[in-house]
Design a protein around this ligand. Structure first.
Ligand SMILES: Cc1cc2nc3c(=O)[nH]c(=O)nc-3n(C[C@H](O)[C@H](O)[C@H](O)COP(=O)(O)OP(=O)(O)OC[C@H]3O[C@@H](n4cnc5c(N)ncnc54)[C@H](O)[C@@H]3O)c2cc1C
Length: 442
């Protein structure tokens, strides 16, 4: 055997699994398709400062293993609480459909409406007969409140954007229970030096082979043979496969024998959402003192949320975050058209003096063959248990990754914990996340 365990994928889940196994003395080889580690955590400085093209936030620091690991890995953090359920964190500048800022009273009334709807949504979702969509649950709440017209439209629109942001999916196909796990406890934080610092720390001391595209996993009674696109193979006793759900659904990696029906059933029911980022670097800040700028109404449909990245790195950078159908549409456009649309959106709110950007960076996660989307979501009809079912072992093969972690799918900490679960199953013992800070013996 070339190794005790092969780990496919050098994202946070794969690296956490590999590190836990290596710390236990196992011989581990990590096979990574790209020429970099980190997967959907990817820090890039093409625009002159580090920006996170994939994950940015620790979603809720309370009890979060990433938060506990940050000081041990020497990772600096900045508090930036603007979660889709946390309207009262860092200041948000709300702009109405015309682009004009909402008065303080209108903005407060809108935020109060969101709190009212959220409080009622919990009960409605708990009683929604499956299959029900999140959109239907929101409608039920609005009907019970007897809100109509513009008031109801603005709430519906916000909830649609919440689904697109947190799940990368239109609210009309998101299961009613698809956001149940999203009420994060605690502040949210980001990283001036980028999320990639976690992958770098986790990979330290491990054998990671880059540009190693895995195509097949074949099991026998004695072990597994992992086949690569270049025709080579790697053998081991066990394999942990952490490729994203979209890659699995596309059949880019084949399994012989096939994965169990528990796993394939869940794989078919869950969805892979899309969420993209457009970073624009300007000569200077022009957007006032808020940390986030949000535009309501049809004009802002794909350009509804702008984040002030100068709070993180000091450089005058705005990031537009767009998910679901909007992200899929943008991915079909050339860069110049995307930038023009974004600048148009900003000029609607801040006037014609908004300058052209000095630099830009645009993501295309759906188009990326090693991601095929941004993160998993609960497609209508799927069960929240499907995430954990996806991670059920099939003989010597088990899947890990954000999509397999039912408590917090679509997150980096979910990915990390799923990797530790897979390693723990192979080791026959639970792995404590903080143990990952231990150096791997060379
Ligand atoms: C735009 C965006 C924003 C996000 N924002 C946040 C956020 O703010 N906070 C948060 O907690 N989460 C966020 N997420 C989600 C988070 O990034 C993921 O949940 C997490 O990074 C997934 O880690 P993973 O190890 O499961 O998968 P990945 O990081 O995708 O790792 C899988 C690895 O497998 C590799 N691979 C794929 N195919 C093959 C193959 N055939 N052979 C070999 N290797 C292969 C890939 O290259 C990749 O490196 C965001 C994601 C995106 C895309």
């Amino acid at each position: 055997m070339d190794a005790d365990v092969v780990v496919v994928g050098a994202g946070v889940s794969g690296l956490a699994a590999a590190r836990a196994l290596a710390l236990d003395g196992q011989r581990v080889v990590v096979l990574e398709a790209r020429d970099r580690i980190g997967g959907r955590t990817w820090t890039d400085d093409e625009i002159g400062v580090p920006v996170d093209l994939g994950a940015s936030w620790i979603h809720g620091v309370d009890g979060n293993p990433l938060w506990a690991l940050a000081p041990r890995f020497g990772i600096e953090t900045v508090e930036f609480t603007v979660g889709s359920f946390q309207f009262d964190g860092r200041p948000i500048a709300w702009h109405g459909p015309s682009g004009a800022p909402l008065s303080e009273a209108s903005a407060s009334a809108f935020v109060a409406d969101l709190h009212t709807v959220d409080a009622a949504l919990d009960t409605v979702v708990a009683h929604a007969p499956p299959p029900s969509t999140y959109a239907a649950a929101v409608d039920t709440v609005l009907r019970s409140l007897q809100w109509q017209g513009d008031r109801a439209a603005r709430v519906r629109e916000y909830m649609a954007h919440r689904s697109e942001d947190l799940c990368g999916a239109p609210v009309t196909v998101l299961d009613a229970r698809g956001l149940e796990e999203e009420h994060v406890p605690g502040d949210e934080v980001v990283f001036p030096g980028g999320y990639a610092q976690y992958a770098a720390a986790l990979a330290d001391g491990l054998e990671v082979r880059l540009s190693a595209v895995v195509r097949s996993v074949t099991q026998s009674t004695t072990g597994v043979v992992v086949g690569l696109a270049d025709g080579s193979t790697v053998t081991a006793d066990d394999v942990v496969v952490t490729v994203p759900l979209g890659v699995l659904q596309a059949g880019d990696v084949t399994f012989d024998p096939p994965l169990s029906e528990t796993v394939t059933g869940a794989m078919g029911r869950l969805g892979m959402g899309v969420y993209d980022k457009v970073f624009l670097r300007f000569p200077e800040r022009f957007w006032g003192g808020s940390w986030v700028v949000r535009q309501q109404g049809p004009a802002g449909v794909d350009w509804h949320s702008w984040y002030d990245m100068s709070r993180v790195t000091g450089a005058p950078v705005l990031a537009a975050l767009v998910g679901g159908t909007g992200a899929r549409r943008l991915e079909t456009l050339p860069d110049a058209m995307i930038v023009d649309e974004g600048i148009g959106g900003l000029r609607r709110m801040f006037g014609p003096s908004v300058p052209e950007p000095e630099a830009f960076r645009i993501t295309r996660w759906a188009d990326d063959p090693f991601a095929r989307g941004s993160y998993s979501y609960l497609h209508v009809g799927a069960s929240p248990d499907d995430h954990d079912r996806l991670g059920a072992p099939s003989g010597r093969v088990q899947l890990a990754g954000e999509a397999t972690w039912g408590d917090d799918p679509a997150t980096v900490h979910g990915a990390l914990l799923s990797g530790l679960r897979a390693a723990g199953r192979l080791l026959g013992t639970e792995v404590e996340p903080l143990s990952l800070a231990t150096p791997v013996p060379r």
